[in-house]
Design a protein around this ligand. Structure first.
Ligand code: SAH
Length: 351
């Protein structure tokens, strides 16, 4: 797999557009804290250094509508701050980044018309350079940096100590080798991410990151019960001869859910950003019906699973998931995670 797959395209029943309320609520739960951090720690006049165009970038924007809510909320804050600093006649440019396979057409068709900003797509991986040197004033990324650039190589080598038999992700009962393979890839990816952003964000500029996460010291992501649920369906499909055991063993979701310590270490190693705020929290996402949860999981993971298993198998997997929705509801309830998601919100300032 060269790049992790984008979310489901379009605006149909299985699309990310129609199935991303968890990510929306998670990001809006920290909206005010982000606003406050920007109002208190950001000097627009200084950051613009005489320029009249203010640039905000969303990294891993997907199709919408969440990116539009988030970008417009940041824009509102910046406009407010501009008025406060007596800066009139500024122009605003919003840059929407995602992987090249992302459905940018649906995103741009949904942008409001008329609007008070210029909009452009920046396709490509955020693990490399995306923007010119010192050209971004605020970079934002929500629910995206937990996507690794690839599945760690060791997990795909049969016979390696990190062969993740029967599993599609990790939890605290995974082998050291599996945990290490994931952690090493995350470390390498984060180094690349921060190296690129340090070049692109102007001194005094801000980077905001929201990422699903675990508390310090923990390994298992609360939402990881969803992977367990999918594993049990895949296991049934192996027993029935629909797929091979090796296909399941060699599939691994390229996600890492970091803790505050992990992120702090990455920022400190990079050395180009000051931490303004870094908070772990359980954010309320309201009660999500099991059916909706399955649709959300499908919108997120169908692409990367279909690359591996083929579209027909993945369709069958999710049909079976729906048939077992009551069992999934029980799993969610007994894990005690109905109604919240654990995440880290980070506000950094480019030194
Ligand atoms: N920010 C949106 C979308 C989150 S879904 C929201 O909060 O709703 C995660 C997105 O990150 C996907 O669209 C995926 O394609 C994108 N993504 C994952 N890895 C990426 C990479 N290396 N470069 C750019 N985008 C990436």
């Amino acid at each position: 797999m060269r790049e992790s797959s984008p979310m489901n395209a379009g605006d149909g029943a299985y699309s990310y557009t129609k199935n991303s309320t968890v990510q929306r609520d998670a990001a809006s739960g920290v909206k005010d804290a982000i606003k406050e951090a920007i109002m208190e720690n950001f000097d627009i006049e200084k950051v613009l250094g005489g320029l009249t165009t203010f640039t905000i970038a969303d990294l891993g924007c997907s199709v919408g509508p969440n990116t539009v809510f988030a970008m417009e909320s940041l824009l509102e804050t910046v406009e407010h701050k501009c008025r406060q600093q007596g800066l009139e006649d500024r122009e605003f440019q919003l840059l929407f980044n995602d992987q090249i396979g992302n459905d940018f057409n649906t995103l741009f068709a949904a942008l409001p018309q008329p609007r008070s900003y210029f909009a452009a797509a920046v396709p490509g991986s955020f693990y490399g350079r995306l923007f010119p040197c010192s050209s971004v004033h605020i970079a934002y990324s929500s629910f995206a940096i937990h996507w690794l650039s690839k599945v760690p190589d060791e997990l795909q080598r049969k016979g390696s100590a990190a062969w993740n038999a029967g599993r599609i992700h990790y939890s605290d009962d995974s082998s050291e080798a599996v945990l290490e393979a994931y952690a090493d890839q995350f470390q390498r990816d984060m180094e690349a991410f921060f190296r690129a952003r340090a070049q692109e964000i102007v001194p005094g500029g801000v980077m905001v990151i929201v990422v699903p996460a675990v508390p310090d010291g923990a390994i298992t992501f609360s939402g990881g019960v969803a992977f367990r649920f999918l594993e049990s369906i895949l296991s049934d499909m192996v027993k029935e001869g629909v797929i091979e055991q090796d296909q399941v063993d060699s599939f691994n979701v390229p996600n890492v859910y970091p803790c505050v310590k992990d992120l702090r270490r990455v920022v400190e190693r990079n050395g180009c950003f000051e931490i303004v705020k870094m908070e772990f929290g359980e954010v309320s996402i309201g009660k999500v019906e099991p059916e909706n949860s399955i649709m959300i999981i499908r919108a997120i993971f169908e692409g990367c699973m279909a690359n591996h298993f083929g579209a027909m198998v993945v369709n069958q997997l999710f049909v079976r998931a729906m048939q077992n929705k009551l069992q999934f509801a029980e799993i969610l309830n007994s894990a005690g995670i109905q109604g919240t998601i654990s995440q880290i919100m980070v506000v950094l300032k480019r030194i």
